[in-house]
Write a protein that binds this ligand. Structure first.
Ligand code: HPA
Length: 283
């Protein structure tokens, strides 16, 4: 019984968050965007309707990472109604995966149908260059944890969600079209998630490459799993912030990763805006 009440509690928490947001705005977004490390500038392109601090939303976790702001931004981008999550939560910060993915549940309940997630990632595929943007076409969950563990509340999604196409083929094609029109290079790749917070050893990079991963990072996969469970159509984009070549590995520092992500930011912002613009009407 205790287990069941835990999940019904989640349902109630989502509703409580949504109620408070709806008290503050009548704006109903169609597209939700989660911004990754160093990629917060996209919010400046949004014609803003309202910004709501995470702190004022019940049950929302609080941001602890400096490079993440901590607000939900509602407005128009690429002629569509969007909500931008400016500041995301990572498992390595000590949040539970329920906390990490709680905002995804709320964004879906707010009415958004499409989820765009971005992140900074290490490039395992040596054809990638630092600063390049890569379309996530699939993922490998090597976090050793899963946000859906526990009793399933069928009001939130099915017990065994299908993962044959977590990243929408339709959305990938629209993104590739947008990349062509903006003359931005956009390769595809498989993203592998680990918990962090340490970066990987050379042996781990070798192992990950053998597994078939092209990108490695410490986010995104929990949100995408919950996004699929909640019925989102998903687009994932990574910015390659460092090259993970096990035979020529140089020490990386997080400041440099954030700087590289920030430098690639305008390109990613343009791409996301153009992608949203080219999307057929979302209903
Ligand atoms: N490993 C894990 N996470 C990362 C990396 C990396 O090399 N680069 C950016 N995020």
């Amino acid at each position: 019984m205790a287990l069941t009440s835990g999940k019904s509690n989640l349902f109630n928490k989502i509703n409580a968050s949504v109620r408070v947001i709806w008290q503050k705005t009548a704006f109903r977004p169609d597209i939700a965007i989660i911004l990754g490390t160093g990629l917060g500038n996209l919010s400046k392109r949004v014609t803003k309707e309202i910004a709501i601090d995470y702190e004022s939303i019940p049950h929302f976790p609080r941001s602890t990472v400096q490079s993440h702001a901590g607000k939900l931004l509602f407005g128009v981008l690429g002629a569509k109604k969007v909500v931008v999550m400016d500041g995301r939560f990572h498992y390595y910060e000590g949040y539970t995966l329920e906390q990490v993915t709680f905002p995804v549940r709320v964004l879906r309940k707010l009415g958004a149908k499409i989820l765009v997630v971005s992140n900074a990632a290490g490039g395992l595929n040596l054809s990638y260059k630092k600063g390049e943007i890569v379309l996530i076409e699939d993922h490998i969950n090597l976090m050793g944890v899963n946000p859906l563990v526990g009793p399933n509340d069928h009001r939130l999604g099915v017990r065994f969600p299908d993962m044959s196409e977590p990243y929408s083929k339709r959305l990938m094609e629209v993104a590739e079209e947008a990349a062509r029109s903006k003359r931005v290079s956009l390769k595809r790749g498989t993203y592998l998630a680990i918990t962090g917070p340490n970066l990987e050893t050379r042996a781990e990079y070798r192992f990950m490459r053998q597994l078939g991963a092209d990108l490695v990072g410490m986010s995104t996969v929990p949100e995408v799993i919950v996004g699929v469970h909640a019925g989102f159509e998903i687009l994932g984009l990574s910015v390659v912030t460092d090259v993970c070549d096990p035979d020529h590995l140089e020490p990386v520092n997080i400041e440099e990763i954030i700087r590289t992500a920030a430098q690639a930011g305008p390109k990613l912002d343009q791409l996301v805006e153009s992608f949203i613009h080219q999307l057929p009407h979302v209903s």
